[in-house]
Design a binder for this molecule. Structure first.
Ligand SMILES: NC(=O)c1ccc[n+]([C@@H]2O[C@H](COP(=O)([O-])OP(=O)(O)OC[C@H]3O[C@@H](n4cnc5c(N)ncnc54)[C@H](OP(=O)(O)O)[C@@H]3O)[C@@H](O)[C@H]2O)c1
Length: 346
């Protein structure tokens, strides 16, 4: 049987090339076309020497018919390329921020652009499979979540949806430098970020818009979220430590809140093959190069708080891997298809 024909837009970015790494070994699909602005006309292996086995020439535009497209373009440019594809009946997984935030006002104020096709927001599904699996199966347009929101929302979702929450959400995240993409900037210059850790976007990070949106869908009592991202001198990975006040009602429901907490988390993710509730605090190294998210929920009796540590690879579970997981659901494949690689260690 003919395999599903897939295209990658902007294969020369970090997400684009990680999509290629996963998709070129996916048993159910064929990557038939890939675009890249500055590398058009070159073989993929000329631009990325680790891709020697790939028989693909980078194009300026998708050059053959496709059934599904991944767009790994920057925001705004992404919506502009997705719109005509959707109009032709091609399914789209958009890895940019363009279709994640349902409120056009929120999107335009955080991203400081005019949305090129707001009429598509209504039909777009927020592509966090662990929260929206059934909608994703029927979607033509999936908005892949941001990398920080993926780690944070997976950490917070069980607590928000099962009566533990008593306000005051704080997310403290540390990201590797690839989170900022492949384009050169001063802050990600080796001499600027090596041997240094820095908080940034203190006044509010763009990813807050989707974090708040999804938190409020899980629990309408959520009013605000405090989110502080940090840049860490490593290539891949996001470690998020999320804090929340726990309701006295939930704490008083029975003995051993820690045991109940772990059971709630395990139960919530029972049918989610890539989320693992682990027994000791996770590290980004434990999920490196994989589509896994490790979660460590902890009850802090002294402060009546929940803290949850989550570890993901920003380019895989926070980007390309999650996008392939979404494609699998949209096309009716096994959710784990092509994503079974274990983390690389050490
Ligand atoms: N990095 C992550 O961890 C991560 C995670 C989740 C989602 N995302 C999202 O995924 C998308 C891609 O991110 P990335 O990190 O892969 O980006 P990236 O590595 O920084 O790729 C950016 C590249 O895109 C090309 N480009 C920029 N503007 C363009 C335009 N208007 N038209 C065509 N090409 C353009 C440029 O390459 P040339 O100059 O070579 O053409 C640029 O170097 C973004 O929307 C990002 O927000 C990123």
């Amino acid at each position: 049987m003919a395999r599903t024909r897939v295209g990658i837009i902007n294969i020369t970015g970090y997400i684009g090339i990680d999509l290629a790494r996963i998709l070129l070994r996916h048993p159910e699909i064929e990557v038939v076309s890939a675009t890249g602005r500055s590398a058009a006309g070159k073989r993929l292996s000329e631009v990325f020497p680790h891709m020697t086995s790939a028989d693909l020439v980078i194009q300026s535009d998708l050059d053959v018919p496709v059934d599904l497209v991944f767009s790994a373009m920057p925001h705004k440019a992404s919506a502009e390329v997705c719109e005509p594809l959707l109009a032709q009946g091609i399914k789209v997984v958009d890895v940019s921020a363009d279709f994640r935030v349902k409120s056009i006002e929120e999107y335009e104020s955080w991203y400081e652009v005019v949305h090129p096709c707001p009429q598509l927001l209504k039909s777009a599904v927020y592509g966090l499979p662990e929260l929206h699996r059934e909608e994703i199966r029927h979607a033509n347009l999936v908005a892949n979540p941001g990398c920080y929101p993926t780690g944070a929302l997976l950490a917070l979702a069980p607590a928000l949806s099962c009566g533990m929450f008593d306000g005051d959400i704080i997310i403290d995240s540390k990201s590797g430098v690839s989170g900022a993409g492949r384009s050169l900037t001063l802050t990600t210059h080796y001499a600027e970020c090596n041997e240094s850790v820095a908080a940034y976007a203190i006044g509010g990070h763009r990813h807050l818009a989707e974090i708040r949106q999804e938190c409020r869908l899980l629990n309408d009592q959520v009013s605000e979220v405090l989110f502080v991202p940090h840049l860490i001198p490593m290539t891949r990975g996001i470690l998020s430590v999320c804090y929340m006040r726990l309701s006295q009602e939930w704490i008083g429901q029975g003995a051993d809140p820690q045991k109940r907490l772990v059971t709630e988390y395990q139960e919530f993710y029972r049918s989610s093959p890539f989320v693992e509730v682990v027994e000791s605090p996770p590290a980004t190294k434990h999920v490196w190069g994989s589509n896994y998210c490790h979660l460590f929920p902890q009850y802090d009796a002294r402060t009546s708080r929940l803290l949850v540590i989550s570890a993901i690879d920003n380019l895989v579970k926070g980007g390309a891997g999650e996008a392939v997981q979404n494609m699998n659901l949209m096309l009716g494949f096994e959710e784990t298809c092509g994503l079974n690689a274990l983390p690389v260690y050490p």
